[in-house]
Design a protein around this ligand. Structure first.
Ligand SMILES: Nc1ncnc2c1ncn2[C@@H]1O[C@H](COP(=O)(O)OP(=O)(O)OP(=O)(O)O)[C@@H](O)[C@H]1O
Ligand SMILES: [Mg+2]
Length: 260
């Protein structure tokens, strides 16, 4: 069964950056096949991976809802939707990318959602690792019928507000239809040593810190040049921290032990 690594946290704290570096680690170490799922309606994982995303699962859903009769004559609608979904899946040598895109508008989406969800869950079975970049509410994950995450990485910047957002996500996990095997805290743009006030709050929330990622100017340079973060050099500080974190994460999720 594929191992699922998911990321969540407040807006702008670095989820997509960390997701790209996790993907960089998995693909450079040959842990393929990997499926990256961009489950943030304001998706930008494709951008940080240097990919030009033209269509999303949300587009398929909206187009189908606008024109349910648009299915080519003689074609079953399930077959038709699956054909469109295959066009959304972006295949690369090291990994594939599926962009969920916008969430549904008003109306009854049950039928089309069921077909799309079933397709996604069938598709996911083909991969060794699944990496899901989420929005804070983790809508996408909570809807899955299998409802399992092996490692949930909660990302915060070095600020109490980011940390409290993580605390809220952590405390609502029980309300979701989701089994989370392990949770780890990723502190992004962290100083060399985390301060006492910050660590006191971490202790209150009760999630182990799995990575402290320093501020890294090369991330901004790559962003400006629209270069894929996969191409970052091995010795860039953010890459080194995420690589170290991933060693721990993989040994945790592949051995089935609880704490990272
Ligand atoms: N460690 C870091 N050092 C320097 N810049 C960083 C670092 N982490 C993230 N950034 C920059 O901060 C910005 C926001 O990061 P990112 O898009 O990964 O956040 P996000 O949590 O995914 O945001 P959103 O909620 O909008 O999806 C980006 O421009 C990124 O290049
Ligand atoms: Mg993002």
């Amino acid at each position: 069964m594929s191992k699922i690594i998911a990321l969540a946290g407040k807006g702008g704290v670095g989820k997509t950056t960390v997701a790209s570096l996790v993907l960089r680690y998995l693909s450079k170490r040959g842990h393929s096949p990997i499926l990256a799922v961009d489950a943030d309606p304001n998706s930008n994982l494709g951008e940080t991976l240097g990919m030009n995303v033209e269509k999303t699962v949300g587009d398929i859903r909206e187009n189908f809802m606008k024109d349910p009769q648009g299915v080519p004559s003689g074609m079953d609608k399930i077959v038709y939707l699956e054909m469109l979904m295959n066009q959304v899946l972006m295949e690369r040598k090291e990994f594939d990318l599926l962009v969920m895109g916008r969430q549904e508008g008003q109306g009854c989406y049950c039928m089309v959602n069921n077909i799309l969800n079933r397709f996604t869950e069938e598709l996911e079975k083909n991969y060794k690792y699944l990496l899901v970049d989420n929005e804070a509410g983790m809508e996408h994950l909570s809807r899955r019928t299998s409802g399992k995450v092996d490692m949930l990485l909660l990302v915060t910047d070095y600020a109490l507000r980011g940390l409290r957002a993580v605390g809220r996500i952590h405390s609502m996990l029980g309300d979701l239809k989701l089994t989370v095997g392990n949770v780890g805290l990723v502190v992004n743009r962290a100083p060399e040593k985390l301060g006492i006030t910050f660590m006191d709050e971490v202790t209150k929330i009760g999630i182990p810190v799995v990575a402290s990622i320093p501020s890294d100017d090369s991330l901004l340079e790559f962003d400006m040049d629209r270069r894929s973060l996969i191409e970052l050099p091995d010795d860039s500080p953010a890459v080194t921290s995420v690589d170290l974190m991933m060693e721990k994460v993989l040994s945790t999720i592949n051995s089935g032990t609880k704490a990272p």
